[in-house]
Design a protein around this ligand. Structure first.
Ligand SMILES: [Zn+2]
Length: 170
């Protein structure tokens, strides 16, 4: 069983409990090895989704197997991302559980990194996160104080300290 944990810069918390992966020795449908870390999320593709391990996602092996048939680990909109980075996010980064398709934030042509949900007390303790949430609420006319909410997705610039919050309403 492979203990390798490839790092995903656009989804750095993918191995946290309840997120994108779970430990499993089930056989990966792509590399035929025990998964080690089995992907628990959705794959958006025409055929039935295979069981897939973290290494196969990181190495882009599903794309090679499908030979150009479209697929994505995400059901998101991306506006203004560099095409190579867009491909890295959609085809080589595990997905984020959400209620509805949402717009993945992009800064300076680079997708941001998903940090967690608006219920995360550690994230809410960061001033810049609370500011980002307030801005998002203000855009839709909410003025309530910022409290824990499962309907918020929190993002951070990959190589910087800017944060964004995205609403994902049920
Ligand atoms: Zn695999």
């Amino acid at each position: 069983m492979s203990e390798r944990q490839p790092f995903f810069r656009f989804n750095p918390g993918a191995y946290q409990e309840g997120r994108a992966f779970e430990p499993s020795d089930e056989t990966c449908g792509v590399c035929a090895q025990p998964c080690g870390w089995k992907y628990r999320g959705n794959i958006y593709m025409r055929a039935d989704s295979p069981t897939i391990c973290a290494c196969c996602i990181a190495d882009g092996r599903l794309g090679a197997l499908l030979e150009g048939e479209g697929f994505s680990f995400h059901d998101v909109e991306l506006d203004g991302a560099d095409p190579a980075l867009e491909q890295e996010l959609l085809e080589r980064t595990p997905g984020v559980a959400c209620f509805n398709p949402f717009e993945w934030p992009v800064l300076d042509s680079m997708p941001m990194a998903f940090l967690g949900y608006g219920e995360d007390k550690g994230l809410l303790a960061i001033d810049a996160v609370r500011s980002a949430i307030s801005e998002t609420f203000a855009e839709i006319g909410w003025t309530e104080p910022v409290g824990p909410s499962p309907y918020l997705l929190v993002f951070k610039e990959v190589n910087g300290d800017r944060y964004r919050a995205v609403l994902d309403l049920d």
